[in-house]
Write a protein of this length. Sequence first.
Length: 224
Amino acid sequence: MKFYFLIFLSFILFSCSKKTDSDSKTLESKTLDSTTKKSAEQKTSASDSYQAGFHLTHNIEVDSVYGKPVKFYIENKNCDSLAIAFYYGKYRPTDDNLTENLLALSSTNDKNLRPFYRWILDKTIEISDGALAEYPGIPARKYAEKFPEELFNFLDSDTSKTRYSNWTDIISYSGFYENDDYNKPKLIRTKMEAEMIKNSSTKLQNRIAKFTSDCFPDVNKIDQ
């Protein structure tokens, strides 16, 4: 009888030990999950910090870009993956080739996706400082030359005129093509104006002249 009692006692102790191990592993798993989740939230918060002024929820059915829900753009099979990463705060423009490729999308011929890409360019202009400011000028100038009427409608939608000055300032700062002579702003204006007029109606000629003059004044803003 004593022998059977010892076996029974050993079984109980073994079961308790297994339960303790199991509970310990469950607690450890929960702790790791919590730590991982917290770390992920911290990373998301850090990556989203540059988007603080964008007023985004990252809900593609709630957020909208120029009258269409973001869902319209990012569920388009042709939407660039880098553009989608920008929207979600997973890619922050910086001084690298990826940023150059991302901003160049704004001059696409795809009229369905162009507003979304222009939004990305505009937001990048908003956050540009330091080395990043070297990148949006040329894409902004190319967009202006290729789609002048769209550009003016876009600029006019901001009644504060902040967007207008943002665009002219960034083109003035970094919108020089390789063959441009920095010391000849009038020549640069003439070329830019010719391109814009070519892609728009003559009724915009005076406005184009004003815009190009603000982009490339006789005394460049870099020197002021």
